[in-house]
Design a binder for this molecule. Structure first.
Ligand code: FAD
Length: 514
C-alpha cells in the first residue's frame, strides 16, 4: 500500500491522445483513481491520423475490443505496410511491409543470404556467365508475405504460413481517426472517467514546488488533480504554456513544416496499404478507408508555396475531393521533458514527427505504457520522470533517424528541396547505421527501438543503399543449398499469398461499415 497514492488524474484534451489515454488508464487503474477528462468543443481536435502500425492491435487486446466491430465503426481497412513512390528517384517504388522477410538461418539474418545471392548474380552477369538460372536476383519483397499479399491487394488473418516456421500476416489498420476517438470513448466506463466540457483559461501552480494544482475553465470552475496528462495538442497548454518545458526543434533534419489534408472519393481497388509519394518539396499520403480515401500533402514552406502545394495535392487525387484541403502547421521535434513535475505530455503536446511511418498514435500508446510502468505517487519522484524522459527520448530519436533516412538517402536532384536533403548533415546515430549497412549489410536493432531490422532493411535498400559485401557466415551454404533455401521460401510465400482473399472481399465479409 502506497503512503501517498495518486487519487485524481486530470487529462486535458479529448483528441485521439486524450481518449486513448483515458481508456488505457481506466482499464489499468480501475476505480483506484478518479479520472477527469477536460475537452473543449469550441477548440476541437486535429482529427487527422488515419494510418497506424501493428502495435495498435495490442490496445484491442488490452481493452477487450472486437476488431471487426472497431473497423465497422471507423470505416477501417487493413494495412500491410507502406508503399514509397519517387523517394529514391522519380519512377522508383518500394514497400516497407510489416512482418518478417524470409527466415533467419544460423546466427545471421535472412537478408545476408539474399545479399550473397544478389552479389553473386551481379558478379556472374558482369563476368558474362551464360548460366541463365542465375540471372537477376529476385526482389526482396518476394520473400515477404506481407509485401506479396499487398501487391496482389489480398488480405487475410494468417498467424503462420501452413506448418512452416514462416510467420504469417502482420497488420495494422487504416481508419477514421475521429471515429476511432469516439469509439474508444463509448467503451469507457463513465463511472471511472468523467468528461468535462469547457475551455481552460488558466492553470494554477503550487507555490512551493511548481506542481500543477488545478486548471480553471472559462466558467470559473476549477478542476484539481494529483497528476495531469497534457493531451491538449500542438499548443501544449500545461507542459509548455504553464511549465515552460522547452522544445527541441528538429527542422534541420526534417524540414517539412506544413500539411494539407483532404478526403476524396475512393476509386479503384481497396489497397491494403498506405501510399507515400514524394513531391517536389515534400510528399503526399493516400490512405484507403471503406467509404473514402484520406489524402494529405506534407511539405516544406521554404521551398513550395501553399497554393502550389494545394495544386500538387489536388492534381494527384484518385477521386474527386470531398471538401477543401485543410491546412495544418507544425514544428518537428520533441518536448525537452515529456514528464515535468506532475505533468506528462502525450500526443501532439509531447512532440511531432510527420506521419511518414504512421508513428504518432503508436507514440501515444507507448507513452501510456511507460507511464503505467513508472506510475508515481503524489511526490512524482524525479527518478521516475527522469527514466520516463530517457526512454521517451530514445524512442523519439530512433524514429526521427528512421524518417531522416528517407530524405537523406535520395538520388533525386530535380528540385532544390531534394538537393538540400541529399546534402544535409545527419545525426551521428544515423550516419553510423548507414555506414555499418553499407559495409557488409549489418543492421542491429538498438534496445527496444520501434523499427526492427527488417524495417530498416527495407528502407535502406529501398532508398538505394547497397552493401558492398554480405556477412561471411552466409557463405556456409553451398550454391545449391542457397538456391534451394531461397527458392523454397519464395514458393511458400507465393502460395500462402495466393490463398488469401482480395482485401475488398475480406472487408465486405467481416467488417463492412453500415
Ligand atoms: P488534438 O487532436 O489537437 O486534441 C487536442 C485536445 O485538447 C482537443 O480535445 C482540444 O479541445 C483540447 N484542448 C486544447 N486546448 C484546450 C483548452 N484551452 N481547453 C480545453 N481543451 C483544450 N498519426 C498517426 O498515427 N497516423 C497518421 O497517419 C497521422 N497523420 C497525421 C497527419 C497530420 C498532418 C498531422 C498534423 C498529424 C497526423 N497524425 C497521425 C498525428 C495524429 O493526428 C495525432 O497524434 C493525434 O490526432 C493526437 O492528437 P492530440 O490528441 O494530441 O491533439
Amino acid at each position: 500500500m502506497q503512503a501517498n497514492p495518486i487519487q485524481r488524474v486530470v487529462i486535458v484534451g479529448g483528441g485521439t491522445a486524450g481518449w486513448m489515454t483515458a481508456a488505457l488508464l481506466a482499464r489499468a487503474l480501475g476505480s483506484q483513481v478518479k479520472i477527469q477528462l477536460v475537452e473543449s468543443d469550441e477548440i476541437g481536435i486535429v482529427g487527422v491520423g488515419e494510418a497506424t502500425i501493428p502495435s495498435i492491435r495490442l490496445i484491442n487486446q488490452f481493452l477487450g475490443l472486437d476488431e471487426d466491430d472497431l473497423l465497422r465503426a471507423t470505416h477501417g481497412t487493413f494495412k500491410l505496410g507502406i508503399e514509397f513512390n519517387d523517394w529514391r528517384r522519380l519512377g522508383d517504388s518500394y514497400m516497407h511491409a510489416f512482418g518478417d522477410i524470409g527466415l533467419p538461418l544460423g546466427l545471421i539474418g535472412f537478408h545476408h543470404y539474399c545479399l550473397r545471392d544478389m552479389h553473386e548474380r551481379t558478379n556472374a552477369a558482369s563476368a558474362g556467365a551464360a548460366d541463365s538460372k542465375r540471372a537477376g536476383a529476385p526482389d526482396l519483397w518476394t520473400y515477404s508475405l506481407n509485401a506479396t499479399a499487398a501487391r496482389q491487394h489480398r488480405f487475410g488473418r494468417m498467424e503462420r504460413v501452413g506448418s512452416s516456421p514462416l510467420t504469417g500476416i502482420k497488420y495494422a489498420y487504416q481508419l477514421d481517426a475521429i471515429a476511432y476517438g469516439q469509439y474508444l470513448r463509448r467503451h469507457i466506463d463513465p463511472a471511472i472517467v468523467q468528461r468535462i466540457e469547457g475551455r481552460i483559461v488558466d492553470v494554477q501552480l503550487r507555490a512551493d514546488d511548481g506542481f500543477i494544482e488545478s486548471v480553471q475553465l472559462a466558467s470559473g470552475e476549477r478542476v484539481a488533480g494529483d497528476l495531469f496528462i497534457d493531451c491538449s495538442g500542438f499548443r501544449g497548454l500545461l507542459i509548455e504554456g504553464a511549465l515552460k518545458t522547452g522544445y527541441d526543434d528538429w527542422t534541420q533534419w526534417l524540414p517539412c513544416d506544413r500539411a494539407l489534408a483532404v478526403a476524396s472519393e475512393r476509386v479503384g481497388p481497396m489497397r491494403p496499404y498506405t501510399q507515400a509519394s514524394a513531391r517536389t518539396a515534400g510528399w503526399q499520403w493516400r490512405i484507403p478507408l471503406q467509404h473514402r480515401s484520406g489524402n494529405g500533402h506534407v511539405y516544406c514552406s521554404r521551398f513550395v508555396s501553399d497554393d502550389e502545394a494545394t495544386a500538387q495535392l489536388l492534381a494527384n487525387l484518385e477521386g474527386a475531393p470531398l471538401a477543401d484541403p485543410r491546412p495544418l502547421r507544425f514544428t518537428t521535434g520533441m518536448r525537452r521533458q515529456s514528464w515535468n513535475r506532475n505533468c506528462v505530455a502525450l500526443g501532439l503536446s509531447a512532440g511531432f514527427m510527420e506521419p511518414l511511418e504512421s508513428t504518432s498514435i503508436h507514440l501515444i500508446q507507448s507513452g501510456v505504457n511507460r507511464l503505467l510502468a513508472l506510475f508515481p505517487d503524489r511526490h512524482c519522484d524525479v527518478a521516475l520522470s527522469t527514466e520516463y524522459n530517457r526512454q521517451t527520448r530514445f524512442e523519439y530519436e530512433r524514429i526521427r533517424d528512421f524518417l531522416i533516412l528517407h530524405y537523406k538517402a535520395t538520388e533525386r536532384d530535380d528540385s532544390p528541396f531534394w538537393r538540400q536533403c541529399a546534402q544535409m548533415e545527419i545525426p551521428e546515430s544515423l550516419a553510423r547505421r548507414i555506414a555499418l549497412f553499407r559495409g557488409n549489410g549489418s543492421i542491429f536493432r538498438e534496445a527496444d527501438e520501434l523499427f526492427t531490422e527488417v524495417g530498416w532493411l527495407q528502407v535502406l535498400l529501398g532508398q538505394g543503399i547497397e552493401p558492398q559485401r554480405h556477412h561471411p557466415l552466409a557463405d556456409a551454404l553451398d550454391q545449391d543449398q542457397l538456391d534451394e533455401f531461397l527458392g523454397n521460401i519464395r514458393t511458400l510465400v507465393g502460395r500462402a499469398a495466393g490463398t488469401l482473399p482480395p482485401h475488398e472481399r475480406f472487408v465486405a465479409e467481416h467488417c463492412r461499415a453500415p
